[in-house]
Design a protein around this ligand. Structure first.
Ligand code: SF4
Length: 241
């Protein structure tokens, strides 16, 4: 399977009735500020470099962000923070991203969400998180990143669960999420050879955590730009980008 095939399959997924209803209702109703724009209203595929050493794992698309523009973190306040940080790190061409045709480009980075459809109150249920997990597994297997950069505790847990399902060795007790938290997930021998690209040197994938770039965190000062830069800097350094 290729990433293009994966994206096509993800984009028509209807496995979660509550989220299908919500994403479509939001798309049909819209918001006055975006009255002139059609909404995507479907699942959001990963986006960025197909062989990115650094995979940013977000929570889920925003109802009027990714669910509107069709591209992860594009057109919402959370995206303003992550794209600005990626730009400061030299990993994104532009410091913000408002729509899918804006010329934004990621270099060495890919962004995917743990849950691919916008959930009410930005909170997917456990059942919805589990239903969406195979899409993240498939994306990680195809991209083969060196580093997973998890935005928030749900993305952290989704990354650890993904690692376990893929047969990677996860330390016990399970590494706890925190801002700047770092865990080393070792790969089984047969998964360690990445051919001539020579990625995943040392037979490990690194998991780095950051508080989520949600307004709840950024507007209260729980997450500052300096804190985000520091955690992203660690992830980028480990990824070699
Ligand atoms: Fe499918 Fe994931 Fe959307 Fe559920 S959240 S409908 S599993 S894409």
């Amino acid at each position: 399977r290729t990433l293009t095939q994966l994206d096509a399959r993800v984009s028509v997924c209807r496995a979660c009735p509550r989220l299908v209803a919500w994403r479509e209702e939001v798309a049909a109703t819209g918001r006055r500020a975006y009255a002139d724009q059609p909404y995507w209203g479907r699942p959001i595929a990963g986006w960025g470099d197909a062989h990115a050493p650094l995979l940013v794992v977000g929570l889920a698309p925003a109802a009027h962000g990714g669910n509107r523009t069709g591209r992860v973190f594009t057109g919402d306040r959370s995206g303003d923070w992550i794209f600005a940080a990626l730009h400061r790190a030299g990993l994104a061409a532009q410091e913000r991203s408002d729509h899918a045709g804006d010329g934004q480009r990621l270099d060495g980075v890919r962004i995917a969400a743990a849950v691919r459809c916008a959930p009410p109150d930005n909170l997917p249920s456990g059942q919805e998180r589990a239903a969406c997990a195979p899409w993240l597994d498939a994306e990680v297997q195809l991209v083969r990143p060196r580093v997973l950069f998890a935005l928030g505790g749900i993305a952290w847990d989704a990354s650890l669960a993904c690692a376990r399902r893929l047969g990677w060795n996860v330390p016990r007790p399970a590494p706890r999420f925190g801002h700047g938290a770092h865990a080393v997930l070792t790969l089984p021998q047969e998964d360690d050879d990445d051919g001539e690209r020579g990625r995943r040197r040392g037979g490990a994938v690194h998991l780095v955590g950051s508080y989520h770039v949600s307004q709840q965190n950024t507007s209260t000062g729980r997450l500052t730009a300096a804190m985000l830069d520091e955690a992203l800097g660690l992830a980028a350094q480990l990824a070699g980008v």
